[in-house]
Structures are given as structure tokens and as C-alpha cells.
Design a protein around this ligand. Structure first.
Ligand code: SF4
Length: 260
């Protein structure tokens, strides 16, 4: 096992990278080949808008949104939508950009939640999406959903049972179309076993082969390395792809690769 793996905190991005392409996982988490989506173009604009909305939401739930810079009509509309959808209330504690880690049972797990809302015996995980379509039902079984819900219940920080935890994906472009994922003890057990299986595979593998699913390469930051294409070309391509996982792009751009 490469020594880098013993220091790695497994996040939704690392589990997704492994599932998408073992070589991508190796480049990013073992070789430390950090290749951000940082060049210009429409994709960067999209990421920047998402980043700024996340910051705005963080400020709002910290109680200090302040004045928006002039000339930001879209962000102003999105903020209004958020305030309408989720007004601040004394009945709940709002914890924006909340990071949880657990090293129980030899599993080093990490999640950074956009928002946790805790109160009245319940906890809701909120995740902001800003792409140009409503949250899809496929998110309900994504590595992000499984890890986020599992880790929250595993740590027991909030003292709530799995049945009283849920995850909501919300997009300010479609404020009335949130996706809510409920949780259960049974699903918690399945998620724990799934995460354990995935991490055991990663820790015991001797080879990190490239995926043979070319669709996965279209959304990969290492495409210039593997396929010799310039990043600008890749970025323009991304706009036409339905499968782009903006959450993962944002996690890599905003948080790096979660190495300690
Ligand atoms: S470009 Fe394709 S083969 Fe290369 S690391 Fe990315 S997903 Fe894997």
C-alpha cells in the first residue's frame, strides 16, 4: 500500500474518483498531481458563481450577510430565494461549512457540509447546487449522499437516530424543487459496509488502471495528461456534458484533495 494512503482522509471526491477511474485516484491522491480547473472560460465562470453563492450562503447562516456588491443581480436573486426557502429561526441551530472527520474502525472519513440545521431532535444536511437543472433523483444514491449521511450518524455528535437525519439538495435556480433523501438504520448499515468495501479495495490494490469508460475522461482534469488535450478545450467540452459532477469540481477547486 502506498504510504500516502495511510494519511488520506476519504471524502466523497476521493471515493468518486476511485469509482470513476483508479488512475485518476492515483494521480490525485497518491502522486499528488493537482491539476485544478483554474483556467478561463465559461466553466470557470460557472464554478466562480457557485463558489460565490456558497460564500454568500455561509455568511447568511452565520448571521452576517451584509450588502451585496453592486451589479450582482443573479446572486441577489439567489440570496432572496434562499432566505425565503430557509429563514433563520431560533428553533434550529445553523452550522454552515461544517466539517466532520471520523477515524473509527480504521476508516478515516471526512465530509464538509454546506450546512447542517439541527433542532427539535432532527438534523438536516443541506447541499447547494447551482447548475442549470434541478437536483436529480440519482443524487440519492451518490457517494456524496451515502458518505455524508453515514458519517453524520456514525459520529453521533448530534445524538439523533438515523431516522431523524435527512439530506436536502437545493438549487436557487429551482427553489421549489429540492431533493430530499431520508435515512434509516438499515441504510446506514448498508452505507457503512459499502464504504468499508470500497476503502478495503483501494488499500489492497497493487494497480491503478485507467478506466475503459471514455465518458469518465470527458469530465476529468487529467485528460490533458492521458489524452493530450489542452485544458481550455476540455473546459468548453464540459459545458455540453450532462454528467458533469459540479459538486466534485467544486470540492477539488475549493478544498483541494483533502490531504492532512
Ligand atoms: S483522463 Fe480518463 S484515464 Fe486519464 S485519469 Fe482521467 S478518467 Fe482516468
Amino acid at each position: 500500500m502506498p504510504s500516502e494512503l495511510s494519511k488520506l482522509w476519504f471524502s466523497q471526491a476521493s471515493l468518486s474518483a476511485w469509482q470513476s477511474c483508479p488512475l485518476k485516484f492515483k494521480y490525485r491522491y497518491i502522486d499528488g498531481l493537482y491539476w485544478p480547473f483554474a483556467a478561463g472560460g465559461k466553466v470557470s465562470e460557472h464554478i466562480e458563481l457557485g463558489r460565490r453563492f456558497h460564500l454568500l450562503a455561509q455568511r447568511y447562516f452565520s448571521g452576517g450577510v451584509g450588502a451585496l456588491p453592486p451589479g450582482e443581480p443573479m446572486l441577489a436573486t439567489w440570496l432572496n430565494q434562499l432566505q425565503e426557502y430557509l429563514p433563520l429561526s431560533a428553533k434550529e441551530e445553523f452550522l454552515p461549512e461544517y466539517e466532520l472527520r471520523s477515524a473509527q474502525n480504521d476508516l478515516r472519513l471526512l465530509a464538509k457540509y454546506d450546512l447542517l440545521a439541527a433542532g427539535q431532535g432532527k438534523v438536516t444536511i443541506y447541499d447547494w447546487k447551482t447548475d442549470e437543472r434541478p437536483p436529480r433523483s440519482a443524487f440519492a444514491v451518490s457517494p456524496q449522499t451515502r458518505l455524508y449521511l453515514y458519517l453524520l450518524t456514525l459520529t453521533g455528535y448530534f445524538g439523533v437516530e438515523a431516522e431523524n437525519v435527512q439530506m436536502v439538495y437545493w438549487n436557487p435556480r429551482f427553489p421549489r424543487e429540492p431533493l430530499t433523501v431520508n435515512y434509516s438504520v438499515q441504510q446506514q448499515e448498508q452505507d457503512g459496509a459499502w464504504i468499508r468495501r470500497l476503502i478495503d479495495q483501494i488499500m489492497s490494490t497493487a494497480a491503478f488502471p485507467a478506466t475503459n469508460n471514455e465518458k469518465n475522461c470527458r469530465f476529468c482534469e487529467y485528460r490533458p495528461v492521458c489524452h493530450g488535450q489542452g485544458l481550455e478545450e476540455v473546459q468548453e467540452d464540459l459545458l455540453d456534458i450532462d454528467e458533469v459532477d459540479w459538486e466534485q469540481v467544486q470540492e477539488i477547486v475549493l478544498q483541494g484533495v483533502n490531504l492532512p
